[in-house]
Ligand binder design. Structure first.
Ligand SMILES: *Cc1c(COP(=O)(O)O)cnc(C)c1O
Length: 380
């Protein structure tokens, strides 16, 4: 058989199907934007848009009116630049490593400057180019991760010439506990942020991630920066209308079997059947982003039926208990749900002892990806 003929044969998905609902993504963007208004709402598309595809996610959100995008690393910004029209701003949250400044200038990539050293490097690039260059300046308001320390901030205020050639677009800071509506840290960071912002009269500011948007208007400033909420993750402990689910994950059954009481299942014989059981082995494992911590804890679903994971999660497969289903319901080629209507992204994350962010960014490249298309025009 020649190559063309082989290609023409429809292939069954050996692993599973990851469905990404771009309409839901668009709805989430519009909802967050309405909540944060009159602030602008950027889209955080770092880590390949949390594993969902920075390319298609960014194009979809551009169509929805988004004109500012944030990535973490410079390489991500370089990859995104040709995908987005010229009027889209791309911010690099982690700032620039020495040596990337000129390329950033030429590609019109905007750094978030996190230290006096980065400010000095960007300022020098601007003066050599003979043009002011835009940047955000991040200030640490209590997370101790990135941004100017109090001492660096004092130095900058005392010597504004350090940023002489920089057109400061925003003073930016990041919340450490925005997902927890009751955390005292939110208020202390807010108080510090107001002090910092008052040192830069007339300059815009940016504070809220997804959780911050739900903390209320005091946190919205001029530019909100949601990531996880765009992708359907639960951003906050506070009561809210659920966001639209963006991701559905279905995995194929590759074998079923009946085992007697006493049978040991999986690596290490970590699960022992206490009665006769029917089992199915499904075709995804920890290499596909289903954490080992789901072993003997998590579940798949079929319809409304919970099918507990038995034994350890393997690299490429997981064994589930299907005894609750009528015999013959699942067979070679059937699909079970790992993320979807019956088990949310946050539920599987909880079972795995992690967060939705880590599940999404770990899903990997072995699933067939289906994009449910978004409306071409902005949703209102
Ligand atoms: C990742 C990130 C965001 C987005 O955070 P979510 O919690 O996903 O909304 C916003 N700002 C900064 C600086 C980030 O690193």
């Amino acid at each position: 058989m020649d190559a063309m003929a082989v290609q023409a044969l429809s292939s069954q998905d050996e692993c599973g199907v990851l469905t990404i609902d771009l309409g839901a993504l668009a709805r989430n963007y519009q909802r967050l934007r309405a909540m944060a208004a009159p602030a602008e709402t950027t889209a955080v598309v770092k880590a390949d848009a949390y594993g969902l595809g920075a390319d298609i996610v960014s194009k979809t959100l551009y169509q929805q009116g988004c004109r500012t995008f944030c990535v973490a690393h410079f390489v991500e910004a370089v990859a995104l630049r040709p995908i987005l029209p010229a009027d889209a701003a791309i911010y690099v949250l982690n700032g620039l490593q020495p040596g990337n400044e000129e390329k950033a200038r030429l590609l019109r990539i905007t750094p978030v400057l996190n230290s006096l050293e980065q400010i000095s490097n960007w300022s020098r690039t601007a003066s050599e180019a003979g043009q002011p260059l835009p940047a955000a300046i991040q200030v640490d308001t209590g997370m101790c991760r990135l941004g100017l320390s109090d001492e660096e901030l004092r130095t900058l205020i005392a010597r504004p010439s350090l940023a002489a050639n920089i057109a400061i677009s925003h003073i930016l800071s990041h919340l450490a506990s925005a997902d927890d509506a009751d955390a005292a840290q939110n208020e202390s960071q807010l108080a510090r942020m107001s002090e910092v912002v008052s040192l830069f009269p007339g300059v815009k500011s940016s504070f809220a991630n997804s959780g911050g948007i739900f903390l209320g208007a005091a946190f919205h400033n001029d530019l909100a920066r949601p990531g996880i909420a765009l992708y359907g993750g639960v951003p906050t402990t506070s009561e809210h209308e659920p966001l639209s689910a963006v991701v559905k994950l279905e995995v194929q059954v590759i074998q079923t079997r009946t085992v007697p009481a006493g049978a040991k299942v999986g690596y290490g014989g970590d699960f022992t059947a206490c009665t006769e059981m029917r089992l199915a082995t499904i075709s995804a494992g920890y290499a596909d982003g289903l954490p080992r911590s789901l072993g003997n804890r998590g579940a798949a679903y079929f319809g409304g039926t919970r099918l507990p994971i038995v034994g350890r999660v393997s690299m490429d497969s997981i064994t589930i208990d299907i005894s609750a289903l009528p015999a013959g319901t699942l067979r070679l080629g059937s699909y079970v749900e790992l993320i979807g209507q019956h088990q949310t992204l946050d539920q599987i994350a909880r079972d795995a002892g992690t967060i939705s962010y880590e599940i999404l960014t770990s899903l990997g490249q072995r699933y067939r990806r289906i994009h449910k298309s978004a409306p071409a025009a902005p949703l209102s």
